[in-house]
Design a protein around this ligand. Sequence first.
Ligand code: 6PG
Length: 236
Amino acid sequence: MVKTFPSINDIAKEIAHMLMGVTIDSGEKPVHIVLSGGNTPVLIFKYLAENYKDKLADKRFHFWWGDERCVSPWDDESNYKQAFELWLQPIGISHENIHRIRGENECQEETVRYAEEILNWVDKADGWPRFDLILLGLGDDGHTASIFPDQISTLLTSDKVCQLVVHPVSGQKRVTLTGKVLNNARKVVFICTGENKANIVREVIKNSNPLLPASYIKPTHGDLIWLLDDKAARLI
Ligand code: 6PG
């Protein structure tokens, strides 16, 4: 499903409603939400903190990350730092509900630790942890989370919950959820905005370009939703 919006604030409203919707059927059970990093979520986190503070400060929400850079949690590169400072801290989400990838740890060891934490918290379905909602971005090269084009086969077919990867350009080490976990979610939501994403959005949505990792994110038992602003949707 593709939904287009005039502005990123309208996308943020849609995400807020999705999050509230996910809790409707959960009763008192935890709701496991995976956040993405990069620039796109910045304005979304800010808007949610300013406009949905009380409605989303729900103790059932547990927050995870689809990927993280192997840096300190206080490094400006940290996806956790961005979400915590812009959204989670301002709305008072408690630390027990925040499951960050500990980028300060030895990366390979952290992939094991983070996978164990996921398996301890997130119910399995079809043999894999099933997150309730996963937010993803789309890189200009078609990567998502930190599944890059040069690592498609290993990361989309991996039998691990998460893996260590190296950014193909910067060489930065990262921890990423693998394709089978992403595709096991109840709901996967891509968020893309801006004219600079129009081409890659077309390559993934219209052409399902097999060279692009995002083309392979198709939840086996869940919903795939694209939230685009009009500029990013221009070519589809
Ligand atoms: C990261 C993200 C990454 C991001 C895309 C899009 O750690 O950088 O998880 O997958 O979502 O690169 O980034 P932008 O939103 O900055 O375009």
